[in-house]
Every structure is written in structure tokens, then in C-alpha cells.
Design a binder for this molecule. Structure first.
Ligand code: ADP
Ligand code: MG
Length: 534
């Protein structure tokens, strides 16, 4: 402390004031805790799903064997996690809402030996800054538990309470005090999708823990403790059951285990791809590339294989503290990890003979057929080609004959294009056809390009319309207009079609089923993620 003019203490400041008649006040102040916490919360809690991740991870860190997640209104109204883990003492229950309050590390060295999911001590402080929180917790060794209510970083109530061992944290009205951020939340269906994603990642990583997810009083997941394979099937759907190849390699430096989907499970959309490093879900384009390269030539270039892979290595070899939500990490030696992942997946696929040509076995009775046993000579070829069966297959009228797409696709599109006349355009010439340009059936100068676009002359040049997108937009506008005043009239189909959804999609379906009904689709739950569309 100093009393010299220009010093940092208050005394110094008053001296400075007398020295300067044209006083300009200082402008720096320390933010109050609740505002500092609200700002910090921006990094950790972006949406209900972020709180799901943090609260589930805390329950896992507390050694729980049963963890229940309860959601109302896609987590906007209520998001609660109940666990049977270690619980907290009365003092800890109060401390846990302070910023940088953690029981998981105490020195900087600890940071490099992390085995817990959390360590930054900011999740509960962040949640308490942007929601109304009710905590109930009790340790095994205590007679009574503790109940605490926190709102806007301020403790509103604290009292002893009868409770079972473990912890229940309820987060209510997320962002009630930050309306701008509340407005940024997406529809319930979108927020629910994020919640199911986070739930899936944590539940996948700890198959020996029982997890349940209940949304709006309906249980969407009930995951009994079991093996990793059982957990994958519970979470991603039964159709993976017979289509998983086990991946397992161990070295002194690192271990890898988990499952990779057989090539036939590859999908057009990226989705069921999971990497866990020391049980933490991570996103890594680099390691994803390693897996993709192991599948090379087994799957189409634009498709994505399923995988759930766990990499375990010495925590000193990874830095998990490079991202606020820890979804990105840094490896000490990224190249070794890449090579190891690639080799392990390649090996697994080869070991199970999962190659495109060897992936099926011919039935013995089929192998006995003369058509397979005897050579197919030229003579046989020409007699077969003149037979009526062969002709039937080559003719236009066979059942599965598909009309060339340039016409059939255009037909639907044309129905929505007003004013179109159906005369053939005379301008068609050979040059344009070699460019993939065909005659316009619109007859108004519209020309189809590359089977995808329609070029339509306009005053200043031409419009390029993406056929498929235009068609979808027209349907969308029709539905929107039709549903404006009253629900769209529904016509029941004679035979309802049954849809089996993945568990994650089924969870979202529950959120949107009312809207679909409004748009004229009667969809009824049929049990086990199956729905009847009528
Ligand atoms: P971190 O997990 O990074 O330590 P959090 O803010 O998530 O930070 O939690 C703060 C502390 O509160 C934890 O370190 C832990 O001691 C305690 N805690 C939080 N959730 C639970 C729980 N479900 N059961 C027992 N203790 C918990
Ligand atoms: Mg935590």
C-alpha cells in the first residue's frame, strides 16, 4: 500500500484528485459475481443440452450406478438429473455453486493426470447464473441431506432435508434472466435432438451405469447396465445388432477397443460416429479420417460408416483443457494415434472378412444348380437371349422399368409450374444434348440442365432453378397455407405403413407428432420406437 500520488490505493487516489481540477473519473470496475458468472456461462452452457452434458458427467464423476435424466419442454422449463452417487456434505453443497469450485484437482500437475470428466469447477456456477436451481444431496455417512435453492448466483434458501443417498439437481427456466439468450433457443424438436445427442454420448461411454431419459412424463430410454455392444444397440437401434465388427488392439502406448459397422451399414448422412478418449467424447476430423481411410474401397466415397471407438492412453499424452466443453483435445503425438486407429480398424475389418466381395456365402443348394456348375458358352448365350423370359426383362414394360429420369422427375415439377405448355421445343440441337441439356417440356423456353436445374429465360437473362428444391418449396408452401386456419384434412390410407425409427429419432418424433397431426399425418405410437402412419 502506498499513499504517494498516483498510487493504487484509495488514499493515493484522493491525492490525485486534488491535484487535478478537471477530474475525469476512472472507468474500470470489477464485475459483480452474478454478471461474471453469466458471462462465463456463455462458454459452458449454450443450450439445455450443454447442461445435460455437465450434470450427467458430474453424476458419473460421483460414482453413480444409476442416473436419471428428466426433461420438460425440451429442457427449457425443467432439466433434472438424479443420481445415487457420493452426494455432498452441507458445506460442499453450498460451495459447489462457486466459480472455480472443484473437488477434482488442486494443483496444476493434477491437470495432466485427469481421470474425471470435470475439473474446471465452472459448470454449476454457470448453471446457477442463468437458471433457477434446486439441489438436494446426501452422503451415505450423513443422517440428513441438504436442500439449496439458487437463482441468479444467489442462494435463496438452504435447509436440512430428508433425502436418499446421492444428488438431485433440477435446473428450471434456463436463461430466465438472460432473455436475449432464451430467444436464441431453437424449437423443442431441435433442442430435444441436442439433448438426445449428449445423453447418447455419455450413456455410450459408461455402459455399466443404468441411465434413463424421461421427457414430458414419457420414458424415452431405459438403458440397463450391460456390455458396450448392448449399449450401442440400445442407443442406436437393433439393426446394428448383427452388423458390428469388434475392434481391439493393445500396445504399451495406447489401447483401442469398440466396434466398427460392417460396410453395409454405411449411411449417406454422417451420424453414428463416436470417438472417446479416456471415456470422453471428442470430435476429431483427423481421427475420423483415419477410420475413413481404413474403409477405403469398401464403401461408396460419399457414405459414412458407423463406429464407436474408445482410445485409452496415459493422460499425460493428451491435453483436454483446450476447449471450454472439452470436446476437442490435443494429443502429444497425433501421428501415432492416427496410424494406430487406422491399423486397428483395417485389421478388424480384414479379420472378419468384411470385404465387399466376400461378405456373403452362397447357400449350398444354390451352388449345386447346373447353371452355376456348368460353363456359360456362346451357344447358350444366344439361345438364352432369344427366349421370352430374357426379352421380358429387356423390354420397356417390365414391372421395374424406370423411365429416364429427365422426364419423370420433370413431370412432378411441371405440375407445380403454372402456365407451362406441353409442346416440344424445336430449339433442341445436338450440341446442347452433348452438354446434358434436354428439351424443355415446359414449352416456354425453360431448358433442363444436367437433370437437376431448369434454366428459365427472364427479362435480364435467365433464372436457374433447382428442380428438387423448388418442388420441396412448393409442397412446403402448400402445407403452410393449408394449415393456416385449421388442421389439414386427413384421408386415411387403407393399409397404415409402419415406420421403425432409431431411438434418437423416436425421441424427436414425440416432440413433433402434434405438428404432424396438424399437417394431416396421423401417426400413432406402436411401441418400441415403431409408429403407424395412417
Ligand atoms: P467440476 O465437475 O469441474 O469439478 P462442477 O461445477 O461441475 O465442476 O461441480 C463442482 C463440484 O461439485 C464437483 O467438483 C463435485 O465435487 C461437486 N458435485 C457436482 N455434482 C455432483 C454430484 N452429482 N454428486 C456429487 N458431487 C457433485
Ligand atoms: Mg462438472
Amino acid at each position: 500500500m502506498t499513499n504517494e500520488p498516483g498510487g493504487t490505493c484509495l488514499g493515493g487516489k484522493s491525492l490525485l484528485l486534488t491535484a487535478k481540477p478537471d477530474f475525469v473519473p476512472d472507468k474500470i470496475t470489477l464485475l459483480p459475481d452474478n454478471i461474471a458468472n453469466q458471462i462465463a456461462a456463455g462458454e459452458v452452457i449454450q443450450r439445455p443440452a450443454s447442461a445435460v452434458k455437465e450434470l450427467l458427467e458430474n453424476a458419473v464423476d460421483a460414482g453413480a450406478t444409476e442416473i436419471k435424466l428428466i426433461i420438460t419442454d425440451a429442457g427449457k422449463a425443467l432439466l433434472q438429473v438424479i443420481d445415487n452417487g457420493s452426494g455432498m456434505s452441507e458445506t460442499d453443497a453450498r460451495m459447489c455453486f462457486e466459480r472455480h469450485a472443484t473437488s477434482k484437482i488442486s494443483t496444476i500437475e493434477d491437470l495432466f493426470h485427469i481421470r474425471t470428466m470435470g475439473f474446471r469447477g465452472e459448470a454449476l456456477a454457470s448453471i446457477a447464473a442463468v437458471a433457477q436451481v434446486e439441489l438436494k444431496t446426501k452422503r451415505n455417512e450423513d443422517q440428513t441431506g441438504t436442500y439449496i435453492e439458487v437463482e441468479n448466483s444467489v442462494v435463496k434458501k438452504q435447509e436440512p432435508v430428508a433425502a436418499s443417498n446421492g444428488t438431485s439437481i433440477a435446473m428450471k427456466n434456463l436463461f430466465f434472466n438472460v432473455p436475449a439468450r432464451r430467444n436464441f433457443l431453437k424449437s423443442n424438436a431441435a433442442e430435444m435432438r441436442h439433448i438426445v445427442d449428449e445423453f447418447t454420448r455419455v450413456a455410450m461411454s459408461f455402459p455399466h451405469i443404468l441411465f434413463t431419459l424421461t421427457a414430458n412424463n414419457q420414458q424415452l430410454f431405459h438403458l440397463e447396465a450391460g456390455s458396450l455392444k448392448q449399449r450401442i444397440v440400445q442407443l442406436l437401434g437393433n439393426n446394428y445388432n448383427a452388423k458390428l465388427v469388434s475392434v481391439k488392439e493393445e500396445t504399451d502406448y495406447m489401447n483401442i477397443y469398440g466396434f466398427a459397422g460392417k460396410p453395409e451399414t454405411a449411411k449417406k448422412t454422417r451420424g453414428d460416429q463416436y470417438f472417446f478418449v479416456n471415456n470422453r467424447f471428442i470430435k476429431s476430423a483427423y481421427l475420423n479420417h483415419a477410420v475413413m481411410s481404413a474403409y477405403q474401397e469398401m464403401i461408396p466415397a460419399d457414405s459414412f460408416p458407423m463406429y464407436v471407438l474408445f482410445i485409452d492412453l496415459d493422460p499425460t499424452q493428451v491435453d483436454v483443457n483446450v476447449h471450454p466443453t472439452k470436446q476437442e483435445i490435443k494429443f502429444e503425438d497425433e501421428k501415432i494415434v492416427y496410424a494406430f486407429v487406422q491399423a486397428a480398424v483395417k485389421h478388424a475389418l480384414a479379420q472378419f472378412s468384411v470385404t465387399p466381395t466376400l461378405d456373403f456365402e452362397l447357400d449350398a443348394s444354390i451352388q449345386q444348380l447346373s447353371s452355376i456348375q456348368q460353363p456359360f458358352t456362346d451357344e447358350k448365350k444366344s439361345s438364352a437371349a432369344s427366349g421370352s423370359i430374357f426379352k421380358g426383362f429387356t423390354q420397356k414394360h417390365q414391372a421395374h422399368f424406370i423411365e429416364k429420369s429427365d422426364k419423370s422427375e420433370l413431370k412432378h415439377w411441371r405440375d407445380f409450374y403454372e402456365g407451362g405448355q406441353k409442346s416440344e421445343s424445336p430449339e433442341h440441337n445436338e450440341a446442347s444434348s452433348s452438354l446434358g441439356i434436354v428439351n424443355s417440356p415446359l414449352g416456354d423456353g425453360g431448358t433442363q440442365l444436367l437433370n437437376t436445374y431448369i434454366a428459365v429465360p427472364s427479362k435480364n437473362g435467365f433464372l436457374l432453378i433447382h428442380q428438387q428444391a423448388a418442388h420441396e418449396r412448393v409442397l412446403y408452401e402448400q402445407l403452410k397455407a393449408a394449415s393456416k386456419d385449421k388442421p389439414v384434412a386427413t384421408q386415411r390410407s387403407m393399409f397404415p405403413s409402419t415406420l421403425e425409427l432409431t431411438p434418437a429419432d423416436a425421441a424427436v418424433m414425440e416432440e413433433i407428432i402434434g405438428d404432424l397431426q396438424y399437417l394431416g399425418y396421423t401417426i400413432e405410437p406402436f411401441g418400441k420406437n415403431t409408429y403407424d402412419g395412417k
